[in-house]
Design a protein around this ligand. Structure first.
Ligand code: NAD
Ligand code: MG
Length: 394
């Protein structure tokens, strides 16, 4: 029986993973090692009971008594805190889903790789902040790393059986989000409610806002560079409002392979779950006649400067991805808190990167996880200063 763990099981990716596992037979087909969540204790306990997990872990110490109550009599162990999540990742499992949001997903993912199983990676921040370390750790321990971001799963699938040297370019698609047709003036007044309402995908709050600002696509450019090791100038973004094509590979003979699928993350999750075979996944089948048209347009880096900033990160590499992501997380916190306008997020990230670049700290390559965590910490502090500067400038 295959053993599994799901980190971030109560989130959008976590729920979709849980759905596939339950449809695939649940506890009769899988032995569940660890499930982790944050504040939604009721749901975490429900899922842990449904899968008869060995351990359920909440990220927050103050939620532990509630989790203990919710699991009373089940025989399921419980724990709390980031340390406990890392320890849960130290329990070997054959297949591990990394679906915590943000830089908090890095440590458990790295820990899980050391057991040499399969890590299904939804947490794109792991690759953005520590790509080379993550890939080296997977190689060192013989672990399999599978992309779960829809675009990267699409690239992975379109590359199967192909020679990497024959690839000219990799194109990932972007829906363009809710503000695709907004003018810069309209973008100055964007509210939180507008930013979380994604036209095509149902996702967690943070990634939905990142999609609206195209910070999500910026992270995905870096993710593509780190996972597949193509040169930055081989990687492109095209806006495709229908979100039917997820990625395209252009080959040296002029041919292009495209990956199409419904906007349902269970396709990419299911692909990673069944890998190296293909198995049935209960997503809607595309009716191409009804879709009728697929549209494309060039991305606008003036209204969506995150894309331009990502280009710098792809060139610099080193610790710049960790800095970029941390600054973005701080700017996002301030936008969600109502303290920073939508467009100012990119200004704060750019200012943070230029402050850190003046200290010559961005191009240094990480030799250990501590280097990445150190930059994450420094960049959060620097970004908080950049936010203050921005607010004083008003
Ligand atoms: P979400 O916000 O819906 O869920 C996040 C999960 O992480 C929840 O279980 C939450 O309890 C947990 N969590 C939050 N903060 C935590 C912390 N500090 N420590 C430990 N656990 C914490 O997010 P999501 O939309 O499911 O996205 C998860 C990851 O997958 C992100 O990295 C995102 O970029 C990536 N991703 C998501 C989608 C999607 O369709 N939702 C698509 C592609 C990639
Ligand atoms: Mg994606």
């Amino acid at each position: 029986m295959r053993s599994i763990s799901i980190f971030g099981v109560t989130g959008s990716i976590g729920e979709n993973t849980f759905d596939l596992i339950m449809r695939g037979g649940g506890p009769a087909a899988y032995r569940t090692v660890a499930l982790t969540g944050a504040r939604n204790i009721k749901r975490l306990a429900e899922m842990a009971r449904a899968l008869d997990a060995e351990i359920a872990v909440t990220a927050h110490e103050e939620c532990l008594p509630d989790l203990r109550d919710a699991l009373a009599g089940s025989g399921i162990a419980c724990a709390a805190g980031q340390g406990a999540i890392a320890e849960a990742a130290d329990r070997p499992a054959d297949w591990v889903m990394s679906a915590i949001v943000g830089a908090a997903g890095l440590v458990p993912g790295m820990q899980a790789l050391r057991h040499g199983g399969t890590l299904a990676l939804a947490n794109k921040e792991s690759l953005v902040t520590a790509g080379p370390l993550l890939m080296a750790t997977a190689a060192k321990y013989g672990a399999t790393l599978l992309p779960v971001d829809s675009e990267h799963s699409a690239v992975f699938q379109a590359l199967l059986g192909e020679e990497k040297a024959a690839v000219e370019r990799v194109i990932i698609t972007a829906s363009g989000g809710p503000f695709r047709n907004f003018t810069l003036d309209q973008m100055r007044a964007i509210t939180l409610a507008q930013a979380v309402a994604h036209p095509n995908w149902s996702m967690g709050q943070r990634i939905s806002i990142d999609s609206a600002s195209m910070f999500n696509k910026a992270l995905e450019l870096i993710e593509t560079r780190e996972f597949f090791d193509f040169a930055p100038n081989q990687i492109e973004v095209i806006v495709h409002p229908q979100s039917i094509i997820h990625a395209l590979i252009g080959f040296c003979d002029g041919g292009i392979m495209a990956h199409l699928g419904p906007a349902d993350m269970r396709h990419a999750i299911g692909f990673a779950l069944h890998w190296p075979r293909r198995g049935p996944v209960p997503v809607e089948r595309l009716n191409l006649a009804r879709i009728a048209a697929l549209n494309f347009e060039a991305p606008d880096e003036t209204r969506f400067p995150a894309l331009r900033l990502a280009r710098d990160v792809m060139e610099t590499r080193g610790l710049s991805g960790a800095a970029f992501n941390a600054a973005k997380e701080i700017a996002l916190d301030h936008f969600i808190g109502g303290n920073l306008p939508f467009l100012a997020m990119a200004e704060v990230v750019e200012d943070t990167l230029s402050r850190l670049s003046r200290q010559n700290s961005l191009q240094i390559a990480a030799t250990a996880l501590e280097d990445v965590l150190g930059m994450d910490h420094l960049a959060r502090k620097t970004a908080a200063e950049a936010v203050k500067t921005w607010q004083q400038g008003r």
